[in-house]
Design a protein around this ligand. Structure first.
Ligand code: GYE
Length: 314
């Protein structure tokens, strides 16, 4: 493997250097963001299960939503001399120094789920993840239909600086900006967690403009589920007094839709373990791969909830 890495560091073509069976004995370092949402735990399970199925040695580190912990984990993967490093970056920026260290060590990097902003694209080989801007657009389009283009919106955004928080806001705003009677009057981070979603929604409702809110757009289901509790505690009916659209498509969202408390969820598929390790295997074998790999997903509303619920795998 060391020879392979030196070849890679030298930028040489190494296609076919490893046979499939040798590649199966890879050591992969994976730095996960944390366990902030049902989406994330499903993503972690998918990655761990797939590695085990393939007999890949997985060094797994949970960063508890802190970039500094991720950087530490990445450095320890270099020290351990893993074959491939994969990670899901909590925020978009601040990765260049550690990515350069990884490049100098000749270890290929695969980004999983979230993207980074770097000036040198050779600092990672490929990125597999969802199109978050499109997810925001899907939420926006659904809302235009549902409300006839009239809405006073409160927005629960994801972790500040995170790709899905930035992109889901962008895509959603792109759609509603063409509808003059749709406006966002409140927007604050709930850090992608249920507890924070509840807390921030409480403060939205208590604010002087709280009574005007007709719609909640949450960047993930967990925050929406927390907000539903806050809405109920305020004596209002979630899904009726306040229309709610969120993103992910976790089981809890389908349950809330079946109960009439959530109106729509835009799917973001976390079960990327199989696709991720297909990619890692190719990267380790020096085969060329696309720079960007997309995950397929849909949009589900209340009318589909009961039929879809038993089929949900996350
Ligand atoms: O939507 C959210 C999670 O990066 C797509 O992170 C992921 C997001 C997901 O905490 O629930």
């Amino acid at each position: 493997m060391n020879l392979f890495r030196s070849l890679l560091a030298a930028g040489l073509c190494v296609a076919g250097v490893l046979s499939a069976s040798a590649a199966d004995k890879l050591t992969v370092g994976f730095s996960q963001i944390g366990a902030e949402s049902a989406w994330r735990t499903a993503n972690t399970d998918s990655i761990k299960n797939e590695a085990e199925k393939r007999g890949i040695k997985l060094q797994f580190a949970d960063a508890q939503q802190k970039q500094e912990n991720q950087i530490k984990a990445l450095r320890s993967f270099i020290a351990q001399g893993v074959d491939v490093i994969a990670f899901s970056p909590v925020v978009e920026t601040g990765w260049e120094p550690v990515l350069r260290e990884i490049k100098r060590a000749g270890i290929p990097v695969v980004l999983s789920d979230r993207a980074v902003k770097v000036s040198d694209p050779s600092l990672f080989v490929t990125f597999i993840g969802s199109d978050f801007v499109e997810e925001g657009r899907k939420a926006g389009r659904w809302l235009v239909e549902k409300t006839g283009g009239k809405a006073v919106i409160a927005e629960l955004t994801g972790t500040p600086g995170a790709a899905p928080a930035i992109d889901r806001k962008k895509g959603f705003e792109e759609i509603i900006s063409t509808h003059p009677e749709m406006k966002i009057i409140k927007s604050q981070s709930g850090d992608f967690t249920r507890a924070k979603g509840k807390e921030v929604m409480e403060s939205f409702l208590k604010s002087p403009e709280g009574k005007q809110i007709t719609v909640l757009y949450a960047h993930n289901d967990d925050m929406a589920l927390g907000a539903i509790q806050a809405i109920e505690e305020a004596g209002l009916k979630p899904g009726k007094d306040i229309v709610i659209v969120s993103i992910d498509g976790v089981k809890g969202a389908f349950e809330a839709m079946a109960a009439g408390k959530l109106n729509c969820t835009v799917e973001c598929n976390p079960l990327i373990g199989p696709q991720l390790f297909d990619l890692i295997k190719k990267v380790a074998a020096g085969q060329s791969v696309a720079k960007r790999i997309a995950v397929e997903e849909g949009v589900y509303d209340e009318s589909q909830a009961a039929a879809e619920l038993p089929k949900r795998q996350y």
